[in-house]
Ligand binder design. Sequence first.
Ligand code: NAD
Length: 269
Amino acid sequence: MNIFSIEGCVAVVSGGGGVLGGSISRSLLESGAKVVILDIREENLNKRVAELESVGEVVGFACNVLEEDSLKAVAGKIIAKWGKIDILVNAAGGNMPGATLTEDQTIFDMKIEDYHKVTDLNLNGTIVPSLIFGEVMAKKGSGSIINISSMATYSAITRVMGYSVAKSGVDIFTKWMAMELALKFGDKVRVNAIAPGFFIGDQNRAVLINPDGSYTERSKKVLAKTPMGRFGDISELNGLVQFLCSDAASFITGAIIPVDGGFSSFSGV
Ligand code: NAD
């Protein structure tokens, strides 16, 4: 038996129209899972589904991860189609321009409205789908939820206060839900998080790459504190996602695992 196998599992990936969620979706399909992609941007969603249809069984739903009713409707459609949900990857999230301070702004310049938006998406956009799809898994008695944390939870990263607060909330939510499910629903419903280092995504491209393709000053600082000296390749989260979803991780719950080229373990000196 291959303890790393996820063949035949039904996986939901939020934010699958984006860079990391798209790569995770492809990898799950390549490993024999059936994949449901959720994204608020319908055009990107449709493009992603069309691109992956030749890889495996994939469907997409345009859906806001903050809307409980839409998520419940999606859960019902998945059960009608495939009868179960085994995996949830909460990859919808990211920084937002209004909530990212420019170099010359202070914390007091940030609009509180933008702070609410970024915390809502990154924190509640993980919690609400986890409650809805997680309940389906808990009732079945098995499943794996994977949240996406960030380097912004280990120590303060300039300019992104709301995002950092929200991702720190994702960390404690991960531990909390892991505890709750194991205590009340047995040892086969697990919740873990991945803390990616720096990867070029749609939501952070502008702060990392100049319009001419060169690295920004911020990029150079990131790379100086990354012992491996490079950004992550978007495929480099996929192995850990599969591991956490498989029986190989059967005693792992509540863990937050960095995939960061050493960024979180290096003082920078
Ligand atoms: P991305 O912008 O490429 O993808 C995010 C996707 O989420 C987009 O397709 C977007 O349309 C979707 N989305 C946004 N709001 C939504 C909503 N309300 N409902 C449904 N879908 C919604 O970003 P990415 O770089 O692939 O990041 C994915 C996750 O990884 C995010 O949580 C991000 O914070 C996290 N992360 C990324 C990095 C990085 O370096 N790229 C590092 C750490 C953490």
